[in-house]
Ligand binder design. Structure first.
Ligand SMILES: [Zn+2]
Length: 307
C-alpha cells in the first residue's frame, strides 16, 4: 500500500512538473486596422477563436489608439467578451529613449483613461518589454507602478509576431491572392517553435512548473490563425490557463531581475540568466532577417513545375 501511495504521489508530481500551461495576451490594442482586415473583422476573428477554445485572454491597451469610434468599440468589445484590459501606456514610448518623468506621465494618462472600463486590471505591460536602461529608471518606475497598485504583466514566451504581420501586410499589398494555407503554416509553425523553445528553457532552469504567458499582438494574423494556433497547442497537450492563474502563486511573478537590460528578453529568460544561461535568451524567430527568409520560403517560393 505504501509503495502504491508513493507511486501515485510520484505520478501526480511528475505530471505536474511536466504540465504545459499557457495564457494568452495581446499587446497594442486597438492596433490600427487599415490592411487586409477591417478592425471589426479582426476583432471578430480573435474573439471567436478565443470563445471556441474557452480561453480568457488579456488585452494590453495603448489609450492613444482609442482616438476613433471604431478603435474604441473594439476595446469595449474585448472587455464585454470577458477578457481583461490592462495598461500598455498611452503612447507606446520606448523607455530607452524616454526620460522617467515623461514615461510616468504617459503611464498615468493611460491609467486615467482606462481604469473605469469593465474588466480592467492594474497590470502593466512594458512596450517592447523594455523596463528601463538605467538603474534610476528601473527603480523609479517600479516604485511608481507600486504606488498605483500595479503589477508588472511580464511574458515568458517571446516572439516577433508583430514582424510577421508587417511581412504579411506588405506582401498582401502586392499580391491579388494570398495563399492562406501557406500563411497559416508559417504563422503557426514559427510561433509554436517559440512556444516549445521557452517550454524547454523552463524545464531546464526550474524544477517547478512554469505558468507560461504568450505575447501576441492584436493584429490580422491573430484574427486569421489564432484558432489554428490554439488547436495546435491543445493537440500537443497544452492547457489554457487564465491570465490571473498565470500570475497567481507563481515564483516567476515575484522574481525581479537585477540586471539592467537594454532589451529585456522576457521574464523566464531573465530568470534563466541567474541559472547560468548566457546565450539563446531569444528564440531564433526573434529576428527580422530570419523571419524574412522563412516568409519568403513559405509564401513566395516558385513551384518546382515553373523552374
Ligand atoms: Zn507594444
Amino acid at each position: 500500500m505504501k509503495l502504491f501511495m508513493t507511486f501515485i504521489f510520484f505520478m501526480a508530481f511528475s505530471n505536474n512538473s511536466l504540465a504545459k500551461q499557457i495564457s494568452i495576451s495581446f499587446d497594442d490594442a486597438p492596433r490600427v486596422a487599415d490592411g487586409h482586415l477591417t478592425g471589426e473583422q479582426r476583432m471578430r476573428g480573435i474573439t471567436q477563436a478565443l470563445y471556441k477554445h474557452g480561453v480568457k485572454a488579456a488585452f494590453y491597451v495603448n489609450s492613444a489608439k482609442m482616438d476613433n469610434d471604431e478603435a474604441l468599440s473594439r476595446v469595449v468589445f474585448y472587455a464585454r467578451s470577458g477578457h481583461i484590459l490592462a495598461n500598455h501606456t498611452h503612447s507606446h514610448f520606448n523607455f530607452n529613449n524616454t526620460d522617467l518623468k515623461t514615461y510616468k506621465d504617459d503611464f498615468r494618462e493611460a491609467h486615467n483613461r482606462l481604469h473605469r472600463f469593465i474588466n480592467y486590471k492594474k497590470w502593466f505591460r512594458f512596450p517592447y518589454l523594455r523596463e528601463g536602461n538605467t538603474q534610476e529608471k528601473v527603480n523609479g518606475f517600479r516604485q511608481y507602478l507600486g504606488s498605483y497598485g500595479y503589477k508588472n504583466a511580464y511574458i515568458t514566451i517571446n516572439n516577433y509576431d508583430w514582424y510577421m504581420e508587417t511581412l504579411f501586410q506588405n506582401y498582401a499589398k502586392t499580391t491579388s491572392q494570398v495563399d492562406l494555407n501557406k500563411l497559416r503554416n508559417f504563422y503557426v509553425e514559427e510561433l509554436y517553435g517559440a512556444i516549445e523553445y521557452y517550454y524547454q528553457m523552463g524545464k531546464e532552469v526550474s524544477k517547478r512548473p512554469i505558468k507560461h504567458v504568450l505575447l501576441l499582438h492584436e493584429n490580422d494574423l491573430a484574427a486569421l490563425f489564432l484558432d489554428d494556433l490554439l488547436q495546435k497547442l491543445k493537440k500537443n497537450n497544452w492547457r489554457f490557463i487564465t491570465p490571473e492563474q498565470a500570475y497567481d502563486n507563481n515564483f516567476l511573478a515575484n522574481y525581479k531581475t537585477k540586471k539592467i537590460w537594454p532589451n529585456n528578453p522576457g521574464r523566464l529568460a531573465e530568470y534563466a540568466v541567474t541559472k547560468g544561461m548566457t546565450t539563446g535568451l531569444w528564440h531564433k524567430s526573434c529576428s527580422e532577417p530570419y523571419l524574412e527568409k522563412q516568409f519568403q520560403k513559405a509564401l513566395t517560393k516558385v513551384p518546382e513545375s515553373q523552374w
